[in-house]
Write a protein that binds this ligand. Structure first.
Ligand code: PGA
Length: 312
């Protein structure tokens, strides 16, 4: 009971800091995520440890582990934050759409259109606080599995998670080459011919990369990878630099792309039209704000004319 009595002096903020450390396994990453300095994070954890009266984590080599007390507190913190979130949701629902929060996580390639789609929504409901997390497919799926956000936008719904997925916008994949490449201007180029060229691919865990690998595998072709790059921007720069070809979403061709320096090749079967999906865990209770945003997304094709996919 002593534990309970002293724990009551801990603040919700300290528990939030602890939850982030326990989940991310690092003080530095927790500080980054919470936009706090590392000394502040350490101070909050010290106060919490004093209140608990037992160490919460220990450092072995470079890794951080939770102690038994830390693990027990992690379970308790989850429940508490969950209750708190549900209460906030009830309040937001009672207040209607005047206020509330919307947490969305999107794959890297969706960052070219997701913020633009948010614009008209936010103009309609300016009291809603929207946070947009951008990460590659693998990380977005981790967040989905851990139920960290309200909604997720990605290029292909995962098959191994119990989710609801709705397609809301086309996602055309195109073959890009430098403007002076010999294949530019040719018509109906075969995939076999394209496969002879060196390719630039995104990092492991990228949905774009997985799609490209699948296209080649389906035709029994080997992908001649010259270089792996960690972002769509880096790939576009490398294409302009003449390092190879790539397959990217046409959404990546925003106005700030080096237009005129690369071209879309006329390859048989391309553009491959995939879709963007909005996804959430099956059985999740959606807040009024979240369901309103979902309805709004279904209107997304109406806004598509303003999106970069129409460029090129
Ligand atoms: P990526 O995902 O940005 O991780 O490549 C794109 C997609 O899922 O289509």
């Amino acid at each position: 009971m002593i534990l309970e009595a002293t724990m009551r002096h801990s603040t919700l903020r300290q528990l939030e800091v602890f939850e982030a450390i326990a989940r991310l396994g690092s003080f530095t990453r927790a500080a980054e995520e919470l936009h706090l300095t590392q000394p502040t994070v350490s101070m909050q954890i010290k106060k919490l440890t004093d209140a608990v009266g037992l160490p919460l984590c220990e450092q072995v080599g470079k890794k951080m582990y939770l102690t038994d007390a830390g693990r027990a507190l992690q379970g308790f913190t989850h429940e508490l934050l969950d209750h708190f979130e549900r209460f906030e949701m009830t309040l937001a629902d009672l207040k209607g759409l005047k206020q509330g929060r919307l947490k969305i996580a999107v794959v890297t390639t969706a960052k070219y259109f997701a913020p633009r789609l948010l614009g008209p929504f936010w103009q309609q409901y300016p009291g809603i606080e929207v946070s947009l997390k951008v990460a590659n497919r693998e990380h977005v799926l981790e967040r989905l599995a851990a139920n960290e956000d309200d909604l997720y936008i990605l290029g292909r719904p995962p098959e191994d998670l119990d989710i609801v997925a709705e397609a809301f916008l086309e996602n055309p994949l195109v073959v890009l080459a430098p403007a002076r490449h010999p294949l530019v201007g040719e018509q109906k180029i075969t995939l076999e011919r394209v496969a002879q060229e060196p390719f630039l691919v995104r990092e492991q865990g990228s949905g774009t990369r997985a799609a490209l690998e699948r296209i080649f595998a389906d035709r029994g072709l080997r992908l001649n990878v010259r270089m792996e790059l960690g972002s769509n921007e880096a790939i576009k720069q490398a294409i302009v630099g003449g390092l190879g070809l790539s397959v990217l979403s046409r959404h990546t061709l925003t106005l700030d792309a080096p237009m005129g320096q690369f071209a879309i090749l006329d390859v048989e079967g391309f553009p491959i039209v995939r879709h963007w999906f909005v996804v959430y865990p099956a059985g999740k209770r959606l807040s009024v704000v979240t369901s309103t945003f979902l309805d709004y997304l279904k209107e997304a094709p109406r806004y598509a004319a303003e999106l970069p996919c129409h460029w090129g």
